[in-house]
Design a binder for this molecule. Structure first.
Ligand code: CP
Ligand code: NVA
Length: 307
């Protein structure tokens, strides 16, 4: 059964299948309370381990609630409670977990950990964020964009800020879903070259424009994220260098009035983005967060061969 590790490693056809299933089930659930089971309770008989080696609010809640809505059972594990934090190897952890659970979702630091987990686990592994990528988030973001503005193919996504893990997954998605990607940030903060190469090899246009006011002109979506990610050290002069790349109302005034603003959250209000934008009419942040739930349920079903 397949892992869900990177958007560039799952076929575009399967990514579409996942999005279609998510849309269908979300519609069927409309107006129901959160604890109502999905039709057919597809995860009855399945146990899912949700492992967190970093902090999380949305990923933890959305996976846990998602498993419950599908009739399955989830076990949330913080790394500090596991022998992993005392040196038990990823390989031993993966082999042992595979005897207890049917699916593993892990949020961790190095990409290497998730690769090793997937190599040794005999059950599917889902990437819940690494230092390198955040594929589940971008599936939710594509779903959110298409709900609001129709097919994302041929559209222009403008990333303002620092080229981090979320940005890398956006580049994978650009290649898979056929949208164009503009990166707008200071020199030294560009996204990973492998992610850029994937997008361009799939026919996406990739542009670097270091001027925030010109870069947003043709944007269908403007997206940003924290300037300092969980795996990064605060300090140095990053904040100073990124200062000119804050998403604020002045920047939005250079974009089309219907531009969609996204942020995976948590946001650092008045740092990478102002409250005026986060809480304003262009913002899709709560829909993005909600769609994590819907799309991850479909990702879990896809991993288990249930769609
Ligand atoms: N966007 C996101 O992954 O949020 P959490 O860190 O709260 O899980
Ligand atoms: N780039 C952020 C995303 C948090 C969901 C981080 O890795 O901390």
């Amino acid at each position: 059964m397949p892992d869900f590790l990177e958007l560039c490693e799952v076929s575009a056809k399967d990514l579409r299948l996942i999005l279609e299933d998510a849309r269908k089930v979300k519609t069927e659930r409309n107006g129901k309370t959160r604890g109502v089971l999905d039709a057919g309770a597809p995860l009855t008989d399945y146990v899912v381990a949700l492992i967190f080696e970093k902090h999380s609010t949305r990923t933890r809640l959305s996976f846990d609630v998602g498993v419950r809505q599908m009739g399955g059972q989830s076990i949330v594990l913080a790394s500090t409670e596991l022998h992993r934090s005392r040196g038990e190897t990823v390989k031993d952890t993966a082999l042992m977990l595979s005897r207890y659970v049917d699916l593993i979702m892990i949020r961790t630091f190095a990409d290497k950990v998730i690769r090793e987990m997937a190599e040794h686990a005999s059950v599917p592994v889902i990437n819940g964020l690494t230092d390198y990528s955040h594929p589940c988030q971008i599936m939710a973001d594509v779903m959110t964009f298409e709900e609001k503005a129709g097919p994302i193919e041929g559209k222009t996504v403008v990333w303002v800020g620092t080229g981090n893990n979320v940005c890398n997954s956006f580049l994978h998605a650009a290649g898979q879903f056929g949208f164009n990607f503009v990166f707008c940030g200071p020199e030294g903060f560009d996204p990973d070259q492998r992610a850029v190469s994937f997008a361009t090899s799939m026919g996406s246009e990739f542009i670097i424009d270091r001027n925030p006011f010109t870069c947003v002109k043709d944007a269908d979506m403007i997206v940003t994220d924290a300037w300092i990610s969980m795996h990064e050290e605060a300090g140095g002069d990053s904040r100073q260098k990124l200062h000119a790349y804050q998403v604020n109302q002045k920047l939005l005034s250079f974009a089309r009035p219907d531009v969609i603003f996204m942020h995976c959250l948590p946001a650092h209000r008045e740092e990478e983005v102002t409250s005026e934008v986060l809480d304003g009419p262009n913002s899709a942040i709560l829909d993005e967060a909600e769609n994590r739930l819907h799309v991850q349920k479909s990702i879990m079903k896809w991993c288990l061969g249930l769609i």
